[in-house]
Ligand binder design. Structure first.
Ligand SMILES: C[S@@+](CC[C@H](N)C(=O)[O-])C[C@H]1O[C@@H](n2cnc3c(N)ncnc32)[C@H](O)[C@@H]1O
Length: 316
């Protein structure tokens, strides 16, 4: 049974559907295996706090990404998630793909990928970096593609992710991994302390009204999240995972528990919450004393959540 709240494709008759989807795994993993991991990798990933060395976080790829985009996740994180939740030659979707970290990580690992981002500044950068062009696999002028030498597809759509059903047929992707905007965090003025330490994000993604970071109210932001992840639910294969990288955020002194709100919204859509992993970012920050001795507050930037959801096999 399909939960009432799950939106069905709005445009089933679209000619824009990506022609190479769906893909099938090509690995020799036994039936029922969740991924192609060794026992050693599985054991490491089971520790619910994931941590990466500075040299893994500061590869050339990632350093260059950070110059182009204010809020990227590192490729080592994307690789670990993709390896944990997919098999070789399966397809990974990122509905807020920024400068393409997920697409890059997927191609390095022999997975196919589809990315959406509405900001052409970012998608133009991906096109140049990953050598994507508007080829025969593209059904609209705003999409680009490359078939890699290793035999994987990388497909990018410069569009609002709400248009997902125009491009992806139902039950066509194996894993969705993404980091949505932290609501309007990038539109907030930096605190005096961050201004002084030059530790703040200097740019917003865009001024586009469809950009989720420009939603004025938290309810409006989560209405859009519900809309997009309802569509993600439809395009995931049964049993497929949706992993969201997010954090909580303190907005003008008020604690905004984004992680809790995602859990509520995705469960309402029919997803099952499977795991919560903490991404420990302590080695990226120098903690200093703040608001002592009046107001004890922790530094929320030092960790993020990886929220893992499953589309249940009994649902279409
Ligand atoms: C946190 S960033 C993702 C960064 C990405 N993980 C990376 O490593 O490059 C969120 C992205 O969502 C995009 N975005 C915001 N609203 C969108 C929408 N409605 N449809 C598609 N993309 C959107 C922004 O342009 C921004 O690049």
């Amino acid at each position: 049974m399909i939960p009432e709240s799950v939106s069905m494709p709005e445009n089933n008759s679209s000619n824009n559907l990506i022609p190479w989807l769906p893909t099938e795994r090509t690995c020799a993993c036994p039936k029922g295996a969740m991924n192609c991991l060794s026992e050693r990798e599985w054991l490491r990933n089971q520790v619910p706090i994931w941590w990466f060395r500075a040299r893994e976080l500061n590869t050339r790829f990632d350093s260059f990404s950070r110059q182009q985009h204010p809020a990227v996740f590192p490729s080592v994180l994307a690789k670990r998630v993709i390896k944990n939740y997919s098999h070789e030659n399966e397809t990974v979707l990122d509905v807020f793909c920024g400068v393409g970290t997920t697409l890059y990580a997927a191609s390095v690992l022999g997975r196919n990928s589809v990315g959406f981002d509405l900001n052409s500044k970012f998608t133009d950068f991906i096109n140049r970096r990953l050598k994507l062009i508007n080829d025969d696999h593209c059904t609209t002028s705003t999409s680009t593609h490359r078939y890699t030498r290793a035999g994987q597809h990388i497909h990018l759509v410069c569009s609002d992710s709400r248009k997902l059903p125009e491009y992806l047929p139902p039950a066509s992707v194996d894993l969705a991994f993404t980091s949505p905007p932290y609501w309007d965090l990038l539109n907030q003025p930096p605190s005096k302390r961050n201004l002084k330490n030059k530790r703040y994000l200097k740019q917003n993604y865009s001024n586009d009204a469809s950009d989720l970071s420009n939603e004025l109210a938290l309810d409006g932001f989560f209405d859009s999240i519900k809309n997009i992840f309802g569509k993600v639910y439809t395009v995931l294969k049964p049993g497929g995972r949706c992993v969201i990288d997010t954090g909580d955020y303190r907005r003008r002194g008020e604690y905004i528990p984004l992680s809790n709100l995602y859990i509520k919204v995705l469960r309402d859509l029919g997803f099952e919450l499977k795991n919560i992993i903490i991404w420990d970012r302590r080695n990226e920050y120098d903690i200093g004393l703040f608001s002592y001795p009046q107001n004890f507050i922790v530094n929320n930037g030092m960790f993020e959540y990886l929220l893992e959801f499953k589309k249940n096999t009994s649902q279409k």
